[in-house]
Design a binder for this molecule. Structure first.
Ligand code: TYD
Ligand code: MG
Length: 479
């Protein structure tokens, strides 16, 4: 039996025959781990082509299996048959939304997130909901069957068809999948599974890759939708991300502040739907509850106060009304402090520089703190005007007229730039009772805007926008 060594980078999955202190592919140090390859690794595990073809042909609707079935001969794209994509409801509208409308049979979905964020809770609740209509297998590789059962009880579980397997050995999990042929299987987690035929430790790139690939082959063959739980490493990436991301059909990340109760689910990759869709949940004592009206979560108190401004952010096809708070105070440091939570610090620096230059505000002599309510991360430039307004309002100790939202990107020359999906944003603001919106000039609203009950105030520059928003010219009486 042949025996050779292979060194696998634990960060990017690159392989070399020789050991290096630094991975040549991704540049990370001390990440190469030896993996002993035995001849059996290459020979094992039978691909059964005929079974897959049969499963694909039998169903009336299209599963992921069909998509992977390559035609033997090419044909014109016009003659390729079209069938509607079949989807299983996950039991949660928010999860379905992120998946693009539900789970596709035979597809592989990786759900990543920090430990303790609620991945097991989400998937167990969803498994329970799906088990009411389908055969569902929950494989727990991290917790004992008793622990899962306790949690299931706490979550109010009562479903009939939920099957549970507490196992870490890949071979046994594969056997169970083959004999049970469930519609949906959940593997919690992929890093805890172990393939006894590989010499490397559980959780290593080689193990994760081999386990996921073996599971994927069976899932595609028998049209089982697979949900894999993956942990995020210290660096904030999914362990073995490169090796798994190309293998799976969708990558969802579950995130949130451990100290706040809400959790955000996003698709970073999705072969069967749009990415950047956002699902919002709240962790309660009896599990995760969907938040169908998330704007309420990100809006602060009703009392307007100095230094707050309200923006409308967009996440996928969803608009969120979000409150920003700024605190500007005289600095006692040689270089002033700038801290931003929920918005990139570089973005804040840039906005402060624009305000200093074009409005003549001496902000470099002031500390500036900025926070997004509810712990949301807002990456969009559309938040710029809101940030600028909150900063100036705090600096001048001004309060915005209630019921005002601000939308606009700030150019370096102080001009306001139009933003995408403005109508969607305005609709959401109007729905929540906002009455005025300061928007960039020439936004070119379509016919949809006609029905939006909101007073639109258009501004060409940040100075004009601030006059409209605050009612006074902040550049007057320069300090
Ligand atoms: P869990 O799903 O175990 O996280 P993960 O699988 O991502 O590691 O969730 C763990 C946290 O959720 C734990 O700290 C307790 C909390 N929790 C609740 O607040 N309510 C509940 O009903 C459950 C089941 C968990
Ligand atoms: Mg868990």
């Amino acid at each position: 039996m042949g025996r050779s060594s292979l060194y696998v980078c634990q960060t990017c999955g690159a392989q070399t025959r020789q050991f290096f202190g630094r991975c040549a592919a991704c540049g990370s140090w001390n990440s190469l781990v030896e993996q002993v390859v035995t001849a059996s690794d290459t020979r094992r595990r039978r691909p059964v082509a005929s079974a897959g073809a049969a499963a694909g042909a039998a169903g009336g609707a299209l599963g992921a299996t069909d998509l992977l079935q390559r035609p033997r001969r090419s044909e014109s794209i016009h003659t390729v048959g079209e069938r509607p994509l079949q989807r299983l409801g996950s039991g949660y509208g928010e999860l379905d939304r992120v998946l693009g409308g539900g789970l596709v049979p035979g597809s592989l979905v990786l759900v990543g997130g920090d430990p303790g964020i609620g991945k097991s809770t989400l998937l167990l609740q969803s498994a329970e909901a799906m088990a009411a209509r389908h055969l569902v297998l929950y494989v727990s590789a991290e917790e004992s069957a008793q622990q899962v059962k306790l949690r299931w009880r706490r979550l109010g579980g009562a479903g009939s068809q939920l099957q549970l397997l507490a196992e870490t050995d890949l071979e046994l999990v594969l056997q169970e999948l083959e004999s049970l042929r469930p519609a949906v299987a959940i593997i919690d987690s992929i890093q805890a599974l172990h393939d006894g035929e590989l010499a490397s430790a559980p959780g290593s790139v080689a193990q994760v890759r081999e386990c996921a690939a073996a599971l994927a082959r069976i899932a595609k063959r028998q049209d089982t939708a697979l949900l894999l739980v993956g942990h995020v490493t210290k660096e904030g990436t999914l362990a073995g991300p490169k090796v798994l991301e190309h293998l799976v059909d969708a990558v969802l990340t579950f995130e949130g502040d451990r100290f706040a109760s809400h959790r955000l689910l996003r698709a970073v990759k999705n072969r069967f739907g749009a990415t950047h869709e956002l699902g919002v949940f709240e962790m309660r004592d009896r599990g995760l509850v969907e938040v169908t009206n998330p704007s309420e979560l990100f809006l602060g108190s009703d009392e307007p106060s100095a230094g707050t401004a309200t923006i409308v952010a967009c996440e996928g096809t969803r608009a969120l009304v979000v409150e920003l708070q700024a605190l500007v105070s005289t600095t006692s440091y040689a270089s002033p402090r700038r801290t931003a939570t929920g918005i990139g610090t570089n973005r804040l620096h840039q906005i402060l520089a624009v305000l200093e230059k074009h409005l003549g505000l001496p902000l470099s002599r002031f500390d500036c703190y900025l926070a997004v309510a509810g712990g949301l991360e807002v990456e969009e430039p559309a938040a710029d005007l809101g940030v600028a307004t909150a900063v100036v309002a705090s600096y001048r100790d001004l309060t915005l007229a209630p019921g005002t939202v601000l939308v606009g990107e700030l150019g370096l020359g102080g001009q306001l730039r139009p933003v995408g999906q403005l109508e969607l944003r305005l609709q959401e603001a109007a729905r929540l009772g906002f009455r005025r919106a300061v928007v960039p000039k020439g936004s070119g609203l379509g016919p949809m805007a006609a029905g939006i009950d909101l007073q639109l105030l258009e501004a060409g520059t940040v100075a004009e926008a601030l006059v409209l928003a605050l009612g006074v010219n902040p550049a007057d009486d320069r300090a």
